[in-house]
Ligand binder design. Structure first.
Ligand SMILES: Cc1cc2nc3c(=O)[nH]c(=O)nc-3n(C[C@H](O)[C@H](O)[C@H](O)COP(=O)(O)OP(=O)(O)OC[C@H]3O[C@@H](n4cnc5c(N)ncnc54)[C@H](O)[C@@H]3O)c2cc1C
Length: 354
């Protein structure tokens, strides 16, 4: 595998940019290494694993060839282990936002919302249902307050020191942060639409005990209005079954979970069908040569949204991607069991962390 190189301050030059570090993106990184392509993986989330880690880490999976049963988390760990000999660089917490083709040599320029840029021969979209983004507060006054008074994640507990904080949501994140912030905030109010919570039993017990002992408040209801005259949040109105109440608040932290959103990919001029990228099934290439799609984001007749299908799609896509990266070379197929280079790479012990 060729090392991707940095052109001074310019874009990172590589053979393939893999958009999405779900199971298909991780397997694609392994296949790229086998074929002799350099690659970089980018994911909007802070952790690898896509749906497997985000939605069902502890559920068993039964339909991965040669693994009769494993949890989704174990599958991701095994995929990481498999691509480790090729040490593919992984850039987390950033979304790929733009794609443009250079007229002179037909290479692609890919950028992320965190300022990374890649100069690449091909792009493999293994972006699932799109990037996972926080589910936002459905109130028209919320976007203007985002970042200052409305938050969808907590980066620093100290930012809320001495403040009145409303934490909205009923899952593990909401309950964990309500508990963690009660020590620094002036007052924490947990707002959830139901009496029951979707969090670990021990966390629910601790939140209820904290509320009973007056360490925080719990209000059952939904956010109805953010009162922010002059753009400064003063209070939050909560609608309840039997009326409404107003809570004094400086900050609202909404932790409603994540939703998938195709986002920027929808504006790249690719042919799409029902919100997915249409591909031809000989190479899983999109309507734009050099841009491939594999896994849940790819659509074609009789498509099955299975991890297994994504592995196959990525494998064929990368073989065509090779022809864009090395048009002058002819790739000869060798079974992995006879591939001396591969054997040395994988069994030779020069492992590095992805
Ligand atoms: C509850 C549940 C159980 C399932 N059980 C099975 C099963 O038993 N067997 C099976 O085969 N399948 C199962 N599936 C389906 C399987 O999880 C999906 O088919 C698989 O995750 C698709 O993998 P992927 O890599 O294509 O996409 P994903 O796993 O969705 O990963 C895509 C990644 O791309 C990232 N991304 C998207 N857009 C961007 C962008 N613009 N920039 C940066 N990053 C981006 C996302 O953040 C995400 O991490 C199950 C699904 C669910 C929800």
């Amino acid at each position: 595998m060729n090392d991707a190189s940095l052109n001074g301050d310019g874009p990172i030059r590589t053979d393939v940019v893999i958009v999405g570090a779900g199971p298909v993106g991780l397997f694609a990184a392994f296949e790229a290494g086998v074929i002799g392509l350099s690659c970089h993986i980018v994911d909007a989330l802070e952790q690898i694993g896509g749906q497997c880690i985000e939605l069902y880490p502890d559920k068993p999976i039964f339909d991965i060839p040669a693994i009769p049963v494993c949890t989704a988390r174990e599958l991701i760990e095994r995929l990481m282990e498999q691509c480790r000999p090729f040490a593919p660089p992984v850039h987390l917490g950033q979304r790929v936002v733009t794609l443009a083709q250079r007229a002179s040599d037909k290479r692609w320029l890919v950028t992320t919302d965190n300022g990374l840029a890649f100069d690449t021969a091909a792009v493999l979209l293994s972006a699932g249902n799109g990037a996972f983004v926080p589910q936002r507060i459905a109130l028209e006054e919320a976007p203007a307050l985002e970042g200052r008074h409305v938050h969808y994640a907590v980066r620093q507990r100290s930012a809320f020191a001495g403040q009145r904080v409303v934490v909205a949501g009923g899952g593990d994140s909401a309950l964990d942060w309500a508990l963690a912030l009660r020590d620094v905030a002036q007052r924490v109010t947990l707002v959830h639409r139901r009496e029951t919570f979707r969090a670990a039993e021990s966390t629910v017990r601790e939140v209820k005990r904290a509320a009973a002992d007056g360490e925080l408040d719990i209000i059952i209801g939904t956010l109805a209005a953010l009162n922010a005259p002059d753009g400064v949040l003063r209070s939050v109105r909560v609608k309840q079954i039997d009326g409404a109440t107003t809570i004094e608040a400086h900050h609202v932290i909404a932790l409603y979970g994540l939703v998938a959103e195709l986002g920027p990919i929808a504006h790249w001029g690719l042919e799409t069908l029902a919100g997915r990228v249409a591909v031809d099934t000989s190479h899983y290439e999109s309507s734009r040569p050099g841009i491939f799609a594999a896994g849940d984001i790819a659509v074609y007749p009789n498509k099955q949204k299975l991890i297994l299908s994504g592995f196959h799609e990525a494998s064929l896509a990368l073989r065509k991607a090779y022809t864009y990266a090395y048009p002058e070379k002819k790739r000869v197929h060798v079974h992995s069991s006879y591939d001396q280079n591969l054997s040395e790479r994988i069994l030779g012990g020069e492992a590095a962390s992805p």
